[in-house]
Design a protein around this ligand. Structure first.
Ligand code: LLP
Length: 434
């Protein structure tokens, strides 16, 4: 499986962005997140170009955000979807235009809402009536009139891990369209002079590998909008269809492509509006994984190898669930290649494990690989999304560095943590000294 600008050089080394991953590992150490700048840019452009009606593609920061990443998506003309004060802070530090920021989240704190209002973010997605109350109070105090969307829960399931389903009835996100809650929220939002209701938001889940569920969710949303317009006269000027498009983790994964996805959803909204004589709302998308997932590769150094009972081979690498918790959390599957000997034929099935004190610290259950030796560089593919952003310091493991590569150059975008970073926030009460 080759992604983006991946190639193999004359020495049999995996290259990304014209850089040998073996040299990157030598220069920056491992584990190392390598981001393919050209592939990120290409994915951004594919989204923007596929949108053939007024709208905005807002990159979902939760997938992977740093100041450099925020700049990159800004340069490509995307907006940004943030879900916390920390993500918003990163965006502001990057000089991201606030009017193109969407603030999501199911339990924003008063401090986060005040920060969003102070920063003049373009849209706040309201997740509950409690939040609407808090927002109106704060907006009144601060004499601002934020533009809001209501996050609606369409009660739609999808083929994805249950932990990443966000549009089913039994889930914490959004206001249910069933049972009248959403309609009451629309009436409350229209009645609140402190806010400007611009539309509705829906997001049903992540790593979606077919279009049925997102299309169904869009139809439920539109149908709700139509019914609500009959009783309130309000028709949304904006619709945010969230993110969720899946990517290729394994050779066998067949996600729809970006163009298919955007066109199918845009087409669905357009058809509905035409059929019901309604103006086409401004359309927002919030992709995260499909922008950055395949553009990220994690490099590890192989350490101990063992032959397990039943002739099973095991190889331990110098990272694991601290830099990629997804296999342990979601049983996520990954593909890997031996970066320093890409052309060698696979000879064994290896279990690739990490270095944490947890049996569940397994990165790949079965990987078909050439014979692994201590010091080999292993590249795990499609680790750009929800890896660095979900990394931890468990076992006081320092988090890896990240480099951005393009056209034969590499730039650090996240420095490697060192041990002093690990104790930076530790405090020592006087009674423990001496
Ligand atoms: N918009 C909203 C409101 C979201 O909640 C999410 C993801 C996105 C956009 C972006 O979705 P994407 O295009 O990346 O699928 N940690 C999990 C994924 C959680 C996704 C949460 N929401 C994982 O590693 O699979």
């Amino acid at each position: 499986m080759r992604l983006g600008t991946m190639s193999v050089n004359e020495r049999g080394h995996l290259c990304i962005g014209g850089m040998s991953t073996v040299e990157l590992a030598e220069t920056y150490g491992t584990p190392l997140y390598v981001f393919d700048e050209d592939l990120i840019r290409q994915n951004c452009r594919r989204y923007v170009n596929a949108q053939d009606c007024p709208g905005m593609v807002a990159y979902a920061a939760k997938a992977f955000i740093t100041v450099a990443m925020a700049r990159l998506v800004f340069q490509e003309g995307l907006g940004l979807d943030v879900v916390s004060g920390g993500e918003l802070y990163t965006a502001i530090r990057a000089g991201f235009p606030p009017e193109n920021i969407i603030f999501n989240g199911n339990n924003k704190t008063p401090e986060e809402i005040s920060m969003a209002l102070r920063s003049n973010v373009g849209r706040i997605v309201v997740d509950s009536l409690d939040e609407l109350d808090m927002l109106t109070t704060l907006a009144r105090k601060m004499r601002v009139r934020p533009r809001i969307l209501l996050r609606l829960n369409p009660g739609v399931s999808a083929h994805a891990h249950e932990y990443v389903l966000t549009g089913i009835d039994d889930c914490k996100f959004g206001i249910s369209v069933k049972g009248g809650a959403a309609l009451s929220a629309v009436m409350a939002a229209l009645a609140a002079e402190e806010v400007q209701l611009v539309g509705y938001h829906v997001h049903i889940g992540s790593q979606l590998l077919d279009l049925d569920a997102p299309l169904l969710a869009a139809r439920v949303l539109l149908q709700f909008a139509l019914q609500a317009s009959e009783s309130t006269g309000y028709w949304p000027t904006e619709l945010d269809l969230g993110g969720g498009l899946g990517i290729k983790y394994l050779l066998s994964d067949r996600p729809p492509d970006i163009e298919q996805y955007v066109r199918a959803l845009t087409g669905c909204v357009r058809e509905f509006c035409t059929a019901h004589g309604k103006p086409l709302p401004y359309l927002l998308f919030e992709p995260g994984r499909s922008i950055v997932g395949e553009a990220g590769t994690t490099l590890y150094t192989v350490g101990a190898t063992k032959l397990m009972p039943g002739d099973r081979h095991l190889a331990a690498v110098d990272g694991g669930m601290t830099d990629n918790p997804r296999p342990a959390l979601y049983d996520a599957k990954y593909h890997c290649v031996l970066a320093n000997r890409v052309n060698d034929e696979p000879v064994s099935t290896y279990r690739i494990v990490g270095k944490c004190c947890e049996s569940g610290d397994v990165l790949i259950k079965e990987a078909s690989l050439p014979e692994l030796r201590k010091g080999d560089i292993l590249a795990v593919l499609s680790t750009g999304a929800y890896n660095y952003s979900m990394a931890s310091n468990y076992n006081r493991v320092a988090r890896p560095a990240a480099v951005l590569v393009s056209s034969g150059r590499a730039d650090l975008i996240v420095a490697r943590e060192d041990f002093s970073d690990l104790v930076r926030l530790d405090l020592l009460p006087a009674r423990l000294v001496g």
